[in-house]
Design a protein. Structure first.
Length: 452
């Protein structure tokens, strides 16, 4: 069957939009639905992709035989459009299956883990692109170097962010895979951490026998079924790949050596701040080295990496006001983000605006969230962003708020956020979370810049 039109249900998602861009680039007709307009859907529309924002079956292409539908599990099962394509015989699959199909016949370099995978995969894609080899990359964020979540190359090499949500990463069969973290998450999908670890074990078992699995030192992964070579990486702990001679530079950046089985890459510097990004750089460099990229090319690319939008994205950095936006939505990510803020902006009053993501995650980690957020000087807490979920009785942001130990805290509806900020004195501000808090980034930046 020859398909001429690819229709996306939930096209505004970061993973969905990259695949939509891929098919558009390949010359197919592409259109889709999303619940709300965003900067990303606007960019897709500018690229010639028709998008609508009402659940409207009339907008679905009626040529069933030549239309392929791709949907995200983030959309509710009772969505009218999803039910329509299922009942009318359209060919359809999940986003993860589409990515799996695209990856077949290519050397797949996959970055997995409960956090760190977006920055690490984007950095790896940047290394391969800057080296001159190029790659096809499907990223979980917008690269600031390329202003896109899709990179296209001539060679059959694919960099993929391997997402554990909905067991999506099990559609991939990588040649090299990285595992950055396996902290408990997505318990709405897995039930408990043991079942999540089981999925990571299956993922690593799917890596080519002549390939490699690179696991962060100390991270638990069941590797009994893994035929590939297993290697370890770390921030500064001696193992197969690790950093040493770590020397602080200005603005939270570092000069460091990457130690690897073939030698040492001295005086590496990353274009973005934060010690956690040194660790991400070690992981990306390890993958690139095993792939065959020359060390000198890796070192050059590290220095020109500009980071990823919404991944510790420094928007304003002045002595009067600093503003950072970060996707952190898990307690461990919040701790890492707040730690980096303390390191880069020492001695300043750090105010965090946090929007919890999902009722289940809030329920499962409320005490842990409260503990992490208590590391701020001031907290502005917003209601839970539900995404795909229905409310759970008794689960609101209040259960986090009540356990936060700092005195300077407030729980407000998001409609009141800008009004609250307008009357607040801000020194160092961070927006934190994975929901629609990103809609406030531009208005907050505009508000704060007017004070400079």
């Amino acid at each position: 069957m020859t398909y001429t039109h690819y229709y996306f249900i939930g096209i505004g998602g970061i993973g969905m939009s990259a695949i939509a861009r891929y098919f558009k680039h390949r010359g197919f007709a592409v259109s889709g639905y999303d619940r709300t307009p965003s900067a990303l859907t606007h960019a897709l529309e500018q690229e010639g992709i028709a998008i609508h924002y009402e659940d409207d079956t009339a907008a679905i292409p009626k040529d069933i035989a030549h239309t392929f539908v791709i949907y995200t599990p983030a959309v509710p099962e009772d969505l009218g459009e999803l039910q329509y394509v299922r009942s009318h015989g359209y060919a359809l699959c999940k986003r993860s299956q589409a990515l799996g199909e695209i990856s077949r016949g290519q050397e797949c370099l996959a970055i997995s883990g409960t956090h760190g995978k977006t920055t690490t995969s984007t950095l790896l894609a940047h290394i391969l692109t800057q080296s001159g080899e190029g790659c096809n990359a499907f990223l979980g964020g917008i690269s600031k170097n390329y202003e896109s979540n899709l990179l296209l190359g001539e060679k059959p090499v694919l960099v993929a962010e391997a997402d554990e949500f909905d067991r999506s990463f099990l559609q991939l069969h990588p040649h090299i895979a990285v595992v950055t973290a396996t902290d408990a998450d997505h318990l709405d999908i897995y039930g408990d951490r043991a079942h999540m670890l089981e999925a990571f074990g299956q993922f690593t078992a799917q890596v080519d026998a002549d390939g490699a699995v690179i696991v962060k030192q100390g991270v638990e992964v069941p590797l009994e079924r893994t035929a590939a070579k297993v290697l370890r990486y770390a921030y500064d702990q001696p193992c197969d790949f690790y950093a040493s001679d770590i020397t602080p530079l200005e603005k939270g950046r570092f000069d460091f050596t990457i130690n690897h089985p073939g030698g040492r890459m001295e005086h590496c510097q990353l274009g973005i701040p934060g010690w956690v990004n040194v660790e991400n750089a070690v992981a990306a460099a390890a993958c690139a080295l095993l792939h065959g990229t020359a060390p000198v090319k890796i070192r050059e690319a590290l220095a020109t990496f500009q980071g990823v939008r919404r991944r510790f994205d420094i928007r304003i950095d002045t002595p009067e006001i600093a503003y950072v936006d970060d996707y952190a939505h898990h307690p461990d990510e919040l701790r890492a983000s707040i730690s980096s803020l303390r390191n880069i902006f020492p001695g300043r009053k750090i105010t965090g605006i946090f929007q919890p993501h999902l009722y289940t995650r809030t329920r499962d980690f409320a005490a842990d969230f409260a503990d992490a957020l208590s590391g701020l000087d001031a907290l502005i807490l917003l209601p839970i962003y539900p995404a795909r979920e229905e409310p759970i009785p008794g689960v609101t942001s209040q259960i986090i708020f009540d356990q936060v130990t700092i005195a300077d805290k407030v729980l407000i509806p998001k409609e009141k956020l800008m009004e609250h900020l307008a009357s607040s004195r801000i020194d160092c501000l961070a927006t934190l979370g994975a929901g629609d808090i990103d809609r406030f980034i531009e208005p907050i930046e505009t508000l704060l810049r007017k004070r400079l």
